[in-house]
Design a protein around this ligand. Sequence first.
Ligand code: PRT
Ligand code: ZN
Length: 212
Amino acid sequence: MSKLKIAIQKSGRLSDDSIKLFKECGIKFEVGKSKLKSTSRNFPADFLFLRDDDIPGYVEDGVADVGIVGENVLVEYGKDVDNVKALGFSKCRLSLAVPREVDYPGVQYFEGKSIATSYPNLLQKYLDENGVKAHIHVISGSVEIAPGIGLAEGVCDIVSTGGTLLSNGLKEVETIFRSEALMVANKSLSAEKKALLDRILFRIDAVQKAQN
Ligand code: PRT
Ligand code: ZN
C-alpha cells in the first residue's frame, strides 16, 4: 500500500500550525528536534521536515506528494504544483517600505532607486505592472537593515505586525502581495495517493466546520 509523503517546514512560522493541522485531523506522528522524517502511526503517511523554500520544488518533482508552504514562497519560486487548499494561517503581506522621514509621493518614488528584497520575482512583476524601473538588490535575510547601511533606498519584505519595519526606522508604503499557508500537491499523484489526500482534506473540512 502506498504512503503519502507530506512535506512540512522543519522550524519556523509555518511549523506549529502545520503540525497542529494534522494532529487535529487525528494523524499521529512524532516530531523531534533532529528528526528529518517521521512515519505516522495511524495513517499511511510519512512526514518530511524541510526548509520552506525547498518544499515547492520537492512537491513539483514528486520527492514529496503534498506540502504546506506560504503562498509568497510558492509564487516567488513559480513551481508547477496543484494548489489544493488555503489553510488560513501564517497570514502576512509582502510590502514596500521606505525610511520613515521620506515624504512618499506614490510608487513612482522608486523610479531609478534601489530596493532590497528576498522576493525579486514578485517585486519585478509589481514594478512592471506599475511602469516603474528600479534596481532590485537580492539579499537572503535581514532585508530591513538595507536602507540603514546604505545598501538600498527601500525594501520589499514580508510584514505581519509591522513591528520589524518600525524598529528599523521604516514605514510601509505599498502592499504588493497577500499570503497565507497553502496545501499544495504534486500534479500527477496516483489514484491511491489522491484518495489518501482526499481523506485528509475531508478531515480538515470537518475540523474547520467544528471550529466555526
Ligand atoms: O528556515 P526556513 O527557510 O524554513 O524558514 P524562513 O526563515 O525562510 O521562514 P519563516 O519561518 O520566517 O516564514 C515562513 C513563512 O511564514 C513565510 O514564507 C510567510 O509565508 C509566513 N510568514 C508569516 C512570515 C511572517 N508572517 C513574518 N512576519 N514570514 C516572515 N516574517 C518575517 C519578515 O521577514 C520580517 O523579518 O517577520 C518579520 C516581520 O514581522 P513583523 O511582525 O515585525 O511585521
Ligand atoms: Zn525559508
